[in-house]
Design a protein around this ligand. Structure first.
Ligand code: SF4
Ligand code: SF4
Ligand code: SF4
Length: 271
């Protein structure tokens, strides 16, 4: 289990500890006013502040890596970080609630200019806050069955799922993302800091079932699948795998599965 499970999991995976979604924990780490100001500034922070940081990093890459990268990572862990969670764990989380709120995806607004609703507000009812914020006010409410069906559809489409804190350990969002996600870009492309943790699992390919079609390789955003021409098979690069599980949906031979990260020595301590 990761450091967040150790600190906030009470013996479970931290995102399965349902107290982390409650009003009580919200009040331990947040005030309504601060939360509102944070969200009100979110679009600006994703579009302007990140661009500025990236410009700085390009100018002074070594200094950035040495000084700014650890600060960004530390700040993210304290305030707003995500962890990749596979579909089955998302479905388990959802069973604890009676409904969720589907919200506009701010990242895609920044990266593609499109208004799409891929984000879910989960846990305590934050709609009185969202309705006062122009970037978040276009929400709708889904029953848990509707949410599960929608997220299964997104999984097939190739969206990775993740949970996000708003002042750790309070969890308020469940995201469904692709390469247009700003967190993905900040971490994987711009390398500005670590804002998204690997999941509690890693993928495994049963080579006896694999025909080397490479569909999983095209699906993986994290460069975690490699192809071996000599035996016409794919395999998983464990240290690149985020355990999102979305590669499974494209494998017609059911060759892909997830294993507990902690049971795979090479990946067990790699987050
Ligand atoms: S984390 Fe994903 S779903 Fe959430 S706002 Fe960003 S791209 Fe959208
Ligand atoms: S999609 Fe399945 S069969 Fe195709 S390369 Fe990947 S693991 Fe092998
Ligand atoms: S190989 Fe790992 S990171 Fe890539 S899609 Fe599969 S589970 Fe996700």
């Amino acid at each position: 289990m990761c450091e967040f499970c150790t600190k906030h999991g009470e013996g479970k995976k931290w995102y399965e500890n349902i107290s982390n979604y409650t009003l009580e924990v919200f009040h331990q780490v947040n005030s309504e006013q601060n939360f509102k100001s944070y969200l009100a500034n979110f679009y600006h922070s994703l579009s302007v502040d990140i661009r500025k940081a990236y410009t700085w990093k390009k100018r002074l890459p070594h200094i950035y890596r040495l000084l700014a990268y650890p600060i960004v990572t530390k700040h993210s862990k304290k305030t707003h970080f995500g962890q990749i969670v596979p579909l089955e764990d998302i479905e388990n989380i959802l069973t604890h609630f009676s409904s969720v709120v589907r919200l506009p995806c701010i990242c895609r607004k920044v990266t593609t200019g499109q208004n799409k609703r891929y984000c879910f507000g989960i846990g305590m009812d934050l709609t009185p806050i969202f309705q006062d914020l122009p970037d978040f006010s276009d929400f709708d409410r889904l029953s848990i069955d509707e949410a599960k069906e929608y997220i299964r559809h997104l999984d097939k489409e190739g969206q990775t799922h993740s949970v996000w804190t708003f002042n750790t350990p309070f969890i308020a969002a469940l995201c469904n993302c692709d390469r247009d996600c700003m967190a993905y870009r900040v971490q994987m492309k711009m390398e500005l800091g670590k804002v998204m943790w690997k999941g509690e699992y890693v993928a495994n390919i049963d080579s006896s079932q694999c025909n080397g079609c490479r569909e999983c390789m095209k699906r993986c955003y994290f460069g975690a699948i490699t192809y071996d021409r000599s035996n016409i098979k794919c395999s998983v690069k464990l240290l690149n795998c985020y355990g999102c599980g979305i590669c499974r949906a494209v494998c017609k031979n059911n060759a892909l599965s997830l294993s507990d990260r902690s049971a795979v020595p090479l990946a067990a301590h790699d987050w």
